[in-house]
Design a protein around this ligand. Structure first.
Ligand code: BEZ
Length: 328
């Protein structure tokens, strides 16, 4: 009886005769960790992520992925996506040997180069396909929350998800400004510094808190509303006016400049910098009535919490601070 033998079966189903692979275009971009080369196959498909691949050690994109991406059955899938095949630095075909002593980027740094590739291509979302070291790099990239391009991440910092998905004219305008900023590289550096910020370590009643008058403003639908509420809880309530603006998102100075101006006027007035004649007549009359009402409830927090009603467009403070109303 013939002995059973283990045989290796290699599936061979390459492209059909006459089927030509899509044209590829190779690009290089400079990143803070050196230049990176990548090859793009296909054209971007509206509302679809790009497939981005990262190869393993000892390979490049072609030796790692060509058999898979040129497999016949794979065509049905990949024809629906643009593909971006990244070559780790120095692994691209024809790459020169790095000079002696060259410090090769760490895997973390290789992951940090990916946003530069996506930014260059203006792609915001990807489906990552990685092998070995490439899988680590893509996982590291996904872990750091870099699932969007830098402009999209910055937009997510500036505006709430509701505002972004509403895609109002304002959002379109700011998306356009940021995405096409000629100084996007500089913006990214500022963004990185922001993400590496230290905690302010405010402590109410402690040594580290602001001693000066503060007006803290946040939209009630702002992406970082909780952080601003928490900040207010750590400030000196006798020095702090906290204004949570109703129906306002991440950038009240853009969406509600009138209400903000009015609140700022009162804040300055509280410091003696604005004559009351500068206040609107309506505001002054309402201030008078609401301030006396506020004194009834004098045992509440001493911070001036300014709540704003969207319907009347008024601002009123909690006791016993100044009552603020905004007539917009
Ligand atoms: C592609 O179609 O994505 C592809 C073609 C050749 C090599 C690797 C990928």
């Amino acid at each position: 009886m013939a002995e059973l033998q283990e045989v290796q079966i290699t599936e061979e189903k390459p492209l059909l005769p006459g089927q030509t692979p899509e044209a590829a275009k190779t690009h290089s971009v400079e990143t803070p960790y050196g230049s990176v080369t990548f090859t793009v196959y296909g054209t971007p498909k509206p509302k679809r992520p790009a497939i981005l691949t990262y190869h393993d050690v000892g390979l490049n994109y072609k030796s790692c992925f060509q058999p898979l991406f040129q497999f016949e059955d794979m065509q049905e899938i990949i024809q629906n996506f643009v593909r971006v095949h990244v070559d780790a630095p120095g692994m691209e075909e024809g790459a020169p040997v790095f000079p002696l002593g060259y410090q090769y980027p760490s895997l973390d740094q290789l992951a940090d180069m990916i946003p530069c590739v996506l930014q260059y291509l203006n792609f915001s979302t990807i489906i990552g396909v990685g092998v070995g070291a490439g899988a680590y790099i893509l996982a590291r990239y996904a872990l750091t929350g870099l699932t969007s391009s830098i402009p999209e991440m910055i937009l997510g910092h500036l505006f709430s998800q509701e505002e972004l998905s509403g895609n109002s004219e304002l959002i379109q305008k700011y998306r356009n400004i940021i995405t096409h900023a000629p100084n996007l590289d500089n913006i990214e550096l500022y963004w990185n510094s922001y993400n590496n910020r230290r905690d302010l370590n405010f402590e109410r009643g402690g040594d580290i808190t602001l001693k000066c008058p503060v007006m803290l403003v946040v939209g009630d639908q702002a992406p970082h509303e909780d952080a601003v509420v928490e900040c207010n809880s750590k400030l000196d309530p006798t020095q702090t006016s906290f204004l949570k603006m109703a129906d306002s998102g991440g950038q009240p100075q853009l969406t509600q400049p009138g209400k903000l101006t009015e609140a700022f006027k009162y804040f300055l007035q509280g410091m003696g910098y604005m004559a009351s004649s500068c206040m609107t007549r309506l505001s002054r009359s309402r201030t008078a009535s609401l301030t006396s009402a506020a004194s009834v409830d004098g045992n509440r927090s001493r911070s001036r919490t300014l709540s704003q009603s969207s319907e009347s467009g008024t601002l009123s403070s909690g006791p016993p601070g100044h009552t603020m109303e905004v007539s917009c």
